[in-house]
Ligand binder design. Structure first.
Ligand code: FAD
Length: 438
């Protein structure tokens, strides 16, 4: 049995604490925020997110699948909203395959309950981790509001404190620590479509709604109470950008022009838009993820990614399972366990970071193109004909647990083969027509 201190009780930290507690370790969890189960949700954090196969698999380890699916809305595909004209539905995969829209707060609460129910996890809310004592193996926390009352927490430290991790910040002070952070030129703003009469959804609840507009896009995902969380992804600067949308008139005009159907569903648009914070989107890469057997990082703390594949939390959950597995294999040699965990997860974190950036272009632009839709249909057909040999990238990422790096490698090969075949078919068709008319 080991004494662990987990910094951060977000999605990754609370799942990890639950897994460790269940394995019989003693765990202290330090969280900067108040207990979200008291109803206080921090403004500006995404209100709902999509959990897919990887996340569900991790939740199943704690027997939480049913509890989570009960409070989630299945999304079977994308619903594309053009500026005018009919909506177009694109299924994500085969019939019955779906990702799941779930409230971040509810998911976090289920995980916090699971951690506490293990009986070995002690939660301390309102405590901000500030320092790491690598020699002794301990973390120091202070009262998150006053910055006073420092406390020392001895144990093996797991940094699950998100993209701006204080634990990683301490590691970055060491020599030869690799770190990069790349901000996207786009940020995001959350808006809200309330439920219709009788709590009915005002858009199809079982689709991820996308308004692709080339340089930017808007998305909406259903909540179980009949409402939708809407997220606008827009450049910070430029002609159509957050920097221009600073008056109620500018906001109204922009939405009337670009998103007329959504505009009609969002009450108090300008006030909400101007009142809500604008979030930034960052890709963070760091190495190493552990120092000996004293400290390790997981989730956004070591690999924050942009949200366009809906995989940040799913990837953090996969980290937790990989770490649990490595600790189970080497209970008496944590340095080795952490080393194996990092070797397994690093290449996959890099791969999903790249794929998520690539998917932004697909969602904001390519989904609207007829060629893209044709290619997707061909991919679906080839997948049906050769289900083992050809699996579309989206399917591999969202509906399987094929490691991200392997999925990326396979997708590159598959794309080359399918495009090659399409070119051959096109050439053969042109040759046949030429023969006929000659
Ligand atoms: P977090 O969930 O951020 O948790 C970190 C915790 O640490 C927080 O509770 C924080 O308060 C706490 N903390 C921070 N600093 C300290 C400190 N010094 N001391 C103590 N505690 C501290 N992922 C998906 O899988 N699907 C999606 O659809 C999806 N959509 C997204 C949409 C948006 C707009 C964004 C921004 C992200 C989205 N993500 C999505 C990504 C997902 O939210 C993150 O990848 C996930 O929350 C990472 O979990 P984590 O535990 O590593 O970090």
């Amino acid at each position: 049995m080991t004494e662990f201190v987990v910094a951060g009780a977000g999605l990754g930290g609370s799942l990890m604490a639950a897994l460790l507690g269940r394995a019989g370790h003693r765990v202290t969890v330090l969280e900067r925020r108040a207990d979200p189960r008291t109803g206080l949700v921090e403004a500006g954090r995404s209100i709902n997110l999509a959990i897919s196969e990887r996340g569900l698999h991790a939740l199943a380890r704690l027997g939480l699948t049913d509890a989570i699916l009960r409070i989630a809305t299945p999304l079977h595909g994308r619903m594309i909203h053009p500026v005018s004209g009919p909506l177009a539905f694109q299924a994500y995969g085969r019939k019955g395959q779906s990702i799941n829209s779930i409230s971040r707060a509810s998911l976090n609460q289920v995980l916090l309950d699971a951690a506490e129910q293990s009986g070995a996890v002690r939660m301390q809310f309102g405590r901000r981790c500030t320092e790491l004592d690598l020699e002794a193996g301990a973390v120091v926390s202070v009262d998150a509001v006053t910055g006073q009352a420092p406390e020392r927490h001895p144990g093996v430290v797991l940094g699950a404190d998100g993209a701006y991790s204080a634990v990683r910040g301490q590691l970055q002070r060491r020599e030869r620590y690799d770190f990069s952070q790349d901000y996207l030129g786009h940020g995001y703003k959350e808006l809200y479509i309330p439920a219709g009469p009788g709590g009915a959804h005002r858009l199809d609840p079982n689709a991820l709604h996308i308004w692709p507009r080339g340089g930017y896009m808007m998305m909406a995902m259903a909540n179980v109470d009949g409402s939708f969380t809407v997220t606008l992804y827009l450049g910070f600067d430029g002609p159509d950008s957050f920097s221009r949308l600073v008056t109620p008139e500018a906001v109204e005009q922009f939405f009337e022009r670009e998103f007329p159907d959504a505009r009609a569903l969002i009450p108090e648009l300008a006030g909400t838009f101007l009142g809500n914070p604008t979030g930034s989107l960052v890709t963070i890469r760091s190495r190493p993820w552990h120092i000996g057997g004293k400290v390790a990082l997981l989730g956004d703390a070591c690999h924050a990614i942009v949200p366009f594949f809906g995989q940040g939390a799913n990837a953090a959950f996969e980290d937790c399972l990989a770490l649990e597995g490595a600790l189970g294999r080497h209970p008496a040699d944590l340095a080795r366990a952490f080393g194996e965990y990092e070797a397994e997860r690093c290449p996959n974190a890099d791969a999903i970071a790249d794929l998520a950036l690539g998917n932004f272009l697909e969602m904001r632009d390519r989904v609207a193109s007829p060629w893209f839709r044709f290619e997707k249909r061909v991919q679906a057909l080839v997948h049906r004909l050769f289900p083992r040999w050809f699996i579309p990238l989206y399917t591999m990422i969202s509906f399987t647990r094929i490691p991200y790096a392997e999925a990326r490698r396979r997708a590159r090969v598959q794309t080359r083969v399918v495009r090659g075949v399409l070119i051959l078919v096109a050439v053969a068709a042109i040759a046949a027509v030429w023969q006929l008319i000659r």
